[in-house]
Write a protein that binds this ligand. Structure first.
Ligand SMILES: *Cc1c(COP(=O)(O)O)cnc(C)c1O
Length: 713
């Protein structure tokens, strides 16, 4: 229960207190909560992949006894516990429940196929997952009543290594639930809670894990349970792996199983948010629930619409999944018919101009609220899905937009956040009190010193990662913290055009090798295992980095994930982004760089089409699009080299008598002052709440749906 005497904490007691810290992912953004683990044994914490749970499972009583008698450790532990209470306690947030006549509280269920909350819960592949994680974190900050629903993948997404030939290799380590911040949900008799879905006639069961993200709960379904067939156990094997059957199985488990899990937990959301079309099978289960209470099919659809929000995240085909209608029939035909609905009746909601059952059209026609993830992406989506919307007799949702945001406290370095804090900036505070503009009062030299120190830290991490590659040699690493450093890290999807920078190798070599004003470049990113184009691009980049022309100033760092993302956005001077407009729906890594004072150099696509001003960063080219990709690529490459040579490099190296680049520093401040709030995840979640969640909540109250089947208004 408590300490044995005033000066020591016994190991069992300490284990319990550390266990409580390890059980809330707030340790991902509250460094105080990580400090006790670092103080206990930093190398062990690193070896455990920064998972406090994994570290605790291995730590011996002797280490705990020693720590328990150290006043310094006890103080750190108490600070950590105060931080946990602040992040998980109730009250104080921005959210105030509206006074509704019948007193039903709002609850938002947020379904997503991936969540990137922290490196200790590796069930994400990239931007979509990290955004979902940030949505949960901001909801916690705002005090919004929201639960997340997803899948617990046994192998997560693959880990990347670069081989002798510069090619990507994929490994799939096993995620052990005991090493992750998860608790198994149990039923009334204390046994693991199991939910069941039918997949092509075969019942498959899943257990339900809960992760705590500050105040918010995230429920994850896992089909690796005894009693399931061999393939049934593998439904939650890995993220974005397997064939079409595996994908439909996963998406049925997420959608239908997710609704069932919430009901089994006694949760009755009033708002249902489908984060990308992968989650849209939830609507099948909700139609079934409604039909079982005697409501007609048309009324059931109307009720779904009034309470559902759908976010589309990309114009790229991989995000707009299409299934063979026969596959959908084989998996869900019986289910639909037992619900008293003709299969064709529901299936036609997934039709579009092209063949197949499209998850995006289906989601658009069964949600009353829909949005893209930046202003430009809203326009692109309206155009792209115009036919679906027009052919729905005004029934399908019109598509608006909520520009993405990032969770500042996860991505801003501790050093910078302390400096900003002294000036009065409070990331994570109540939205009206964050005061980002106070960065303008920070001393230039101090801001510059923090920047240099973060760059040094990045280069320390960078060289260690670099040397993991079999073909990498220490004398081939010539990085220097005083040199202008460009970062480029993202998935190696072809539309992101990592090759643009390498399209004129000689010109690039002249830029990086300049005697007075050199440049160095760090790259990272994974290509989907089936994307040969993306994998080739990685190999080309690695080859160039090993070529004498790169002069030891270009390096590809393997296995891009949240830890490396944080280091990069905190340490680079320039964040480069070269997507083929308008394919980058939003992009979020540039926002993370911005909040850290990194300057973006980017195509005017996604968020940058909104964020760019001449005082906050640099643009590549204009806003036109050529129908011929090759022409566009060539023009953009020329514009990229031109902006680097004529604007970026001269501004960075323009120093005053104190050796400070005043104009550059002024731009750093301007980007933090304006983008800090504009692209913060709490601004994003506030907008979702005002524009979508509250109207959907009211819509659901007008037509209440509850698990017991009592449905009349
Ligand atoms: C932020 C982030 C992304 C998304 O970056 P984009 O710029 O949207 O491509 C991907 N991966 C990781 C690990 C991230 O932290």
């Amino acid at each position: 229960m408590s300490t044995t005497d005033a000066h020591t904490i016994d190991p069992d007691d300490l284990r319990r207190r550390l266990g409580a810290l390890a059980g809330n992912l707030a340790y991902g953004w509250r460094h105080e909560m990580r400090t006790p683990f670092v103080l206990l044994d930093e190398p062990a914490f690193d070896r455990a992949g920064h998972s406090p749970r994994a570290m605790l499972a291995k730590i011996g009583d002797e280490t705990l006894r020693k720590a328990g008698s150290s006043p310094q450790f006890q103080e750190a532990l108490e600070r950590a516990e105060r931080a946990l209470r602040a992040e998980s306690g109730s009250g104080g947030g921005w959210w105030k429940a509206p006074e509704e006549e019948d007193g039903t509280d709002m609850l938002v269920a947020y379904f997503s196929t991936e969540f990137g909350v922290d490196e200790s819960l590796p069930i994400y592949s990239g931007g979509l997952g990290v955004l979902a994680g940030d949505h949960l974190k901001a909801s916690s900050e705002l005090g919004l009543p929201l639960v997340g629903v997803g899948l617990l993948y046994k192998h997560g997404y693959f880990r990347q290594a670069i081989d002798d030939f510069g090619a990507q290799q994929e490994r799939y380590p096993i995620n052990n639930p005991a090493d992750m911040p998860l608790s198994l949900m149990t039923d009334a008799s204390g046994l693991p809670l199991l939910i069941e879905v039918e997949l092509a006639g075969e019942p498959v069961r899943a257990r339900v894990w809960r992760a705590r993200v500050g105040r918010v709960r995230l429920y994850l379904l896992d089909s690796d349970v005894e009693g399931n067939s061999a393939w049934g156990r593998r439904v939650t094997d890995s993220l974005y792996g397997g064939d079409r059957e595996q994908r439909i199985r996963q998406e049925i488990l997420l959608g239908i199983g997710g609704v069932r899990a919430l009901r089994a937990l006694g949760l009755n959301p009033t708002v249902w948010h489908m984060n990308e079309g992968h989650a849209a099978f939830m609507q099948f289960e909700r139609v079934r629930e409604l039909r079982s209470t005697g409501i007609s099919f048309d009324d059931a659809i109307a009720r779904l619409r009034s309470s559902t929000v759908f976010t589309t995240h990309t114009p790229v085909p991989a995000g707009n999944e299409v299934f063979d209608p026969e596959l959908v029939r084989r998996y869900l035909g019986g289910f639909v018919e037992r619900a008293g609905v003709q299969f064709e009746q529901l299936e036609q909601y997934g039709h579009s101009e092209s063949w197949g059952f499209g998850m995006t059209p289906f989601a658009l026609r069964t949600a009353g609220f829909a949005n893209g993830v930046s202003k430009l992406h809203g326009e692109v989506s309206r155009e792209m899905w115009g036919q679906v919307i027009d052919s729905s007799d005004g029934q399908a949702a019109s598509i608006g937009h909520v520009t993405n945001g990032v969770h500042a406290r996860t991505f801003i370095s501790q050093e910078l956040s302390e400096l900003l804090g002294r000036a009065g900036v409070k990331a994570g505070a109540h939205p009206d009190e964050q005061g980002w503009e106070k960065v303008r009062e920070v001393d230039d030299a101090e801001l510059w010193a923090v920047r240099r120190s973060r760059k040094e830290r990045l280069l320390e991490t960078g060289v260690r990662r670099y040397l993991r590659q079999p073909g990498a040699r220490a004398d081939n690493w010539k990085f220097d913290p005083d040199v202008l450093t460009i970062g480029f890290a993202r998935r190696f999807a072809t539309y992101k055009r990592a090759g643009l920078l390498f399209s004129d190798p000689e010109r690039l070599a002249r830029i990086i090798g300049d005697a007075d004003r050199p440049v160095q470049i760090l790259l990272a990113g994974k290509a989907h295992p089936a994307d040969t184009g993306g994998k080739d691009l990685i190999q080309q980049v690695v080859h160039y980095s090993r070529d004498p022309r790169s002069q030891g100033r270009i390096a590809f760092l393997e296995d891009y994930e949240i830890v490396l993302a944080r280091r990069l956005v905190q340490g680079v001077d320039v964040w480069l982004n070269t997507p083929r407009r308008p394919m980058e729906a939003s992009g979020t890594s540039g926002m993370k760089a911005s909040q850290n004072g990194g300057l973006n150099v980017s195509i005017l696509d996604g968020w940058w089409a909104e964020g760019y001003t001449p005082d906050t960063g640099f643009k590549i080219g204009g806003d036109w699009v050529d129908s011929n990709d090759a022409v566009q690529d060539q023009a953009d490459a020329e514009a990229l080299f031109r902006v680097l040579e004529d604007e970026v490099i001269p501004t960075y190296y323009d120093r005053d008598a104190d050796g400070l680049p005043r104009r550059w520093i002024a731009m750093m401040k301007e980007t933090i002052a304006t983008h800090g709030r504009q692209f913060d995840a709490s601004r994003m979640v506030e907008e979702y709440t005002r524009n979508y969640y509250l109207p959907a909540h009211r819509g659901s109250l007008a037509k209440p749906i509850v698990a017991s089947g009592v449905t009349e208004a």
